[in-house]
Design a protein around this ligand. Structure first.
Ligand SMILES: NC(=O)c1ccc[n+]([C@@H]2O[C@H](COP(=O)([O-])OP(=O)(O)OC[C@H]3O[C@@H](n4cnc5c(N)ncnc54)[C@H](O)[C@@H]3O)[C@@H](O)[C@H]2O)c1
Length: 316
């Protein structure tokens, strides 16, 4: 019997995708821990599986080797496949697939939501009202401010569109600038150093790569305005978290809205005592609409590969 391990937790919310796998007669094993799996946990579950549908679990070289000789396809439920050792998968002839394009708007909306939550102190005031305190915390207006976008790919561009509707000025940095899009939205591409210096708010939308890991560190934080707010819905390892915590504690920057962390689930309790931070549990793509689209996409490609066909969305 064909066996599929599904560790991406919200996949189970989509009946249509579940039915697609079940209609093939696959035996499905669901995530037993209710959070992304560590390497050791995957090592126990992966032997004998034909397919893995993964979120942000640690799909290391060891895990992939332990899945041999049965494992044929790893379906990434999402676009950031930095948690999968793609090179090791290729070496073993395992197809990796992903779900580009369908989560873009949801992540962009959360980025804007975090920006508003931090600049208007929404979470903090909610807590005060619940404690019976009718206290207002004076916020900062977005209109007329400069937003710095790092990475004008799919998600970064959707954030630009939303920020333009808020009458913001937009500057951006990307290793592959998009001049047509920049002209359409009046974006100015600048160096990363200039972006850090000039932006009132900074939103990260670059992938985790050797070039981007640790791109936000003590020195870059020092170069930002002390009123700056940093939003990260990309990947936690883009930021040296201990440097960010220190910067937030000392008022080097004003605040942060964070959806992704170097270690997930987030364990670093120093974040919890920071009043100028809004934290979400890697929920950027977690909307009903995106969950449905991603689940069907990943299931369709897993079925294709297990049936000896080419996937629609291969990671190359
Ligand atoms: N929070 C979430 O739930 C969530 C969901 C989906 C994606 N993500 C993250 O968002 C990232 C972006 O997603 P996307 O769909 O927009 O990807 P994308 O590939 O469309 O865009 C990435 C952009 O980053 C640029 N880039 C690459 N290296 C760079 C560098 N060194 N400096 C600046 N820019 C660089 C690329 O040129 C590209 O324009 C993903 O890689 C993923 O890590 C998070």
């Amino acid at each position: 019997m064909v066996k599929v391990l599904v560790t991406a937790r919200s996949f189970a919310l989509c009946d249509e995708a579940k039915a697609l796998l079940e209609s093939q007669g696959y035996l499905i094993t669901w995530n037993p821990v209710g959070r992304p799996l560590k390497e050791a946990e995957l090592l126990e579950l992966i032997p004998g599986m034909d397919a893995l549908i993964t979120g942000t679990d640690e799909v290391t070289e060891k895990v992939i080797a332990a899945g041999m000789p049965t494992l044929k396809v790893i379906g990434k439920y999402g676009v950031g496949y930095d948690n999968i050792n793609v090179a090791a998968a290729k070496e073993h002839g395992i197809q990796v697939t992903y779900t580009p394009g369908v989560l873009t708007k949801s992540v962009a909306e959360l980025a804007m939501g975090l920006l508003m939550a931090v600049t208007r102190n929404i979470a903090a005031m909610d807590q005060l009202v619940r404690q019976g305190k009718w206290e207002r915390i004076t916020g900062t207006e977005l209109s007329g401010k400069t937003l710095g976008i790092v990475g004008t790919g799919n998600i970064g561009r959707e954030v630009v569109k939303r920020a333009a509707a808020f009458d913001m000025n937009i500057i951006a940095f990307d290793v592959w600038p998009n001049p047509d899009f920049a002209a359409q939205y009046g974006i100015k591409y600048v160096s990363l150093e200039e972006l850090f210096k000039k932006a009132d708010f900074i939103s990260l939308h670059a992938p985790s790569t050797p070039e981007t890991v640790g791109m936000i560190h003590a020195k870059s934080l020092q170069s930002m305005k002390n009123t700056a707010v940093l939003i990260n819905t990309a990947r936690g390892d883009l930021i040296v978290e201990k440097d960010l915590i220190k910067a937030l504690q000392e008022g080097v920057i004003a605040g942060a809205g964070l959806d992704t962390f170097a270690v997930e689930p987030l364990l670093d309790e120093r974040f919890f005592s920071l009043k100028n931070v809004v934290l979400t549990p890697h929920a950027g793509s977690n909307t009903r609409e995106t969950v449905a689209r991603m689940s069907i996409m990943v299931a369709t490609d897993v079925v294709a590969v297990l049936g000896g066909n080419l996937p629609h969305y291969p990671v190359r």
